[in-house]
Ligand binder design. Structure first.
Ligand SMILES: [Zn+2]
Length: 145
């Protein structure tokens, strides 16, 4: 991958672009904030300013190399646009991002659009979740039944 990916995306191969791409490709967590990328670069001994990281990410986004998600209540996260369609779950307690894809949901969405006379071009679905067994759920279990 790497420098070829940049050229395929119509971007000149520069050192900051290569470094940001490398972190995105190597990171275990696929959804990263610009700050997290910046820190990962620092950990790898790369002196890249946060402004540069933002600029590179914006260029990557425009080139279709990364997808930006503006999840509610958080800063934007970026992921490599190298996967097929999937939806996201965001944990409100930890900020963890979980990917999922369920054909039943996909099909249902197509049916709903179709019923309204449309064809889906694109969609994004985000579930905002909390871990099971949290304080609220325990409260509800006690009160309910
Ligand atoms: Zn994702």
């Amino acid at each position: 991958m790497e420098s070829k990916d940049l050229r395929d995306a119509g971007l000149k191969v520069t050192s900051p672009r290569l470094k940001v791409l490398e972190i995105l490709e190597r990171s275990e967590e696929r959804h990263l904030t610009a700050e997290a990328l910046y820190r990962a670069l620092l950990d790898a001994g790369e002196e890249l300013g946060l402004a540069t990281v933002y600029r590179v990410l914006t260029q990557f986004e425009r080139a279709g190399l990364v997808t930006r998600h503006n999840f509610e209540g958080g800063t934007a996260v970026f992921e490599l646009a190298d996967r097929t369609h999937h939806d996201h779950m965001v944990c409100l307690d930890t900020g963890d991002v979980i990917e999922f894809c369920d054909e039943r949901i996909e099909q249902l969405q197509r049916e709903i659009a179709d019923r309204h006379g449309y064809v889906i071009e694109d969609h994004s679905l985000v579930l905002y979740v909390r871990p099971k067994g949290g304080a609220e759920e325990k409260q509800a279990a006690k009160g309910g039944k």
